[in-house]
Design a protein around this ligand. Structure first.
Ligand SMILES: NC(=O)c1ccc[n+]([C@@H]2O[C@H](COP(=O)([O-])OP(=O)(O)OC[C@H]3O[C@@H](n4cnc5c(N)ncnc54)[C@H](OP(=O)(O)O)[C@@H]3O)[C@@H](O)[C@H]2O)c1
Length: 270
C-alpha cells in the first residue's frame, strides 16, 4: 500500500472505490483523484482528505491509474493521458465493455492494463467485480487490482473472453433483482397488502435468501426444495412460474444482455 494510486474521473463508482479503499486502510495521502469540475475535486478533498490533481499529473505521479470515466469519455481521457503516461504504469479500467486492446493501442507499448467489470452494489461494499488481464498485465498486476476492488466487495479473475457473459450476469445482475422485487411487490398489492409492507416483506425475504445462498454452501435447488412441501403453497407458485416460462425468459434475457455487451464492445453504440 505504499504505492500511489490515482482515481481518474471520480464519479459514483470512482467515489465508491475511493471510500472503500480508505476504509480498507489506504492512507488518503497516497491517493490522488481527478475530476472534470473543480467543485467536485474540492468536494472529494474535503470529504476524504485525498489530493485532487490534473489527469496529466496523476499519470506522472501515480503508479496505478484507475480509470472510472463513462465509456464514451474514455477515448478523450486516453488522448489526454498518453503523452504523460510511462509504460510502467498499471492501468485499471472500470469502464463497462471497453476491451484492454483499446487502452493498449492508445498508450505506450508494453503498458499493463487490467479490465474490471464491477456492479452498483460497490456503493454498499457488496460489489461483484470481474477482473481480466490485458496482454502485458502479470499476476501481480491482477493481484493489485483485486486488492483495490476487494475493498468494495468480491472479486473474480476471468479470461477477457468471458467479460461479456459476466457483464450479463453480475454487471446487469442487480437490475434483475430490482425488477423481481418490483414485480413481487405489485403482487403483494394485488393480494391486498399496502405497498410499503409488501416492499418490506419482499426485500427482507431477498436479503434472507441471498444470505442463505452465500453462507450455507447449499445448492439453490436444495434450498428451494426445503421450503416446497407436498401440495403446499410454494409448489403452486412454482407451477405458475414454470407455466409462464420464467426460467426460459431469464436464460434468454441474459443471452440478450451478453449479445448487447459484445455489440457495445465492438463499438456499436446505436
Ligand atoms: N454506475 C454503474 O452502474 C456502473 C456499474 C459498473 C461499471 N460502471 C462503469 O464505471 C464507470 C463510471 O460510471 P459512473 O456511474 O461512476 O459514472 P459517473 O458518475 O458519471 O462518473 C464519471 C466521472 O468522470 C468524470 N469525467 C469525465 N471525463 C473526465 C476527464 N476527462 N477527466 C476527469 N474526470 C472526467 C465525470 O465528470 P462530470 O461529473 O463532469 O461528468 C464524472 O464525474 C463507467 O465507465 C461505467 O461503465 C458503472
Amino acid at each position: 500500500m505504499t504505492q500511489k494510486v490515482a482515481v481518474l474521473g471520480t464519479g459514483k463508482i470512482g467515489e465508491a472505490l475511493l471510500s472503500g479503499m480508505i476504509r480498507a486502510g489506504w492512507a488518503p495521502g497516497s491517493l490522488l483523484v481527478t475530476a472534470r469540475r473543480p467543485e467536485r475535486a474540492e468536494e472529494l478533498r474535503t470529504r476524504y482528505g485525498v489530493t485532487p490533481v490534473g489527469n496529466d499529473e496523476a499519470a506522472k505521479t501515480a503508479d496505478t491509474l484507475i480509470l472510472t470515466v463513462k465509456p464514451q469519455d474514455m477515448a478523450a481521457l486516453l488522448d489526454e493521458l498518453a503523452p504523460h503516461t510511462p509504460a510502467d504504469r498499471l492501468i485499471v479500467s472500470g469502464a463497462a465493455g471497453i476491451p484492454t486492446s483499446f487502452f493498449e493501442e492508445r498508450l505506450a507499448p508494453g503498458t499493463p492494463v487490467v479490465r474490471v467489470m464491477t456492479n452498483t452494489p460497490a456503493l454498499v461494499d457488496e460489489a461483484m467485480s470481474v477482473i481480466s488481464a490485458g496482454t502485458h498485465a502479470t499476476s501481480e498486476h491482477l493481484a493489485h487490482a483485486e486488492e483495490i476492488f476487494g475493498a468494495v466487495g468480491k472479486t473474480l479473475r476471468v479470461p477477457e473472453t468471458q467479460q461479456d457473459a459476466c457483464t450479463a450476469l453480475s454487471g446487469s445482475g442487480p437490475a434483475y433483482f430490482f425488477y423481481l422485487v418490483e414485480a413481487m411487490t405489485d403482487a403483494g398489492i394485488l393480494l391486498g397488502l399496502p405497498r410499503d409492507k409488501a416492499h418490506d416483506l419482499i426485500v427482507q425475504s431477498a436479503i434472507g435468501a441471498a444470505t442463505m445462498l452465500r453462507d450455507s454452501g447449499e445448492h439453490p435447488v436444495k434450498l428451494r426444495e426445503n421450503v416446497t412441501s407436498p401440495a403446499g403453497t410454494t409448489i403452486s407458485a412454482i407451477r405458475e412460474l414454470e407455466n409462464h416460462g420464467v426460467r426460459a425468459a431469464l436464460i434468454a434475457a441474459l443471452e440478450a444482455a451478453r449479445d448487447r455487451s459484445r455489440e457495445l464492445a465492438s463499438g456499436n453504440n446505436s
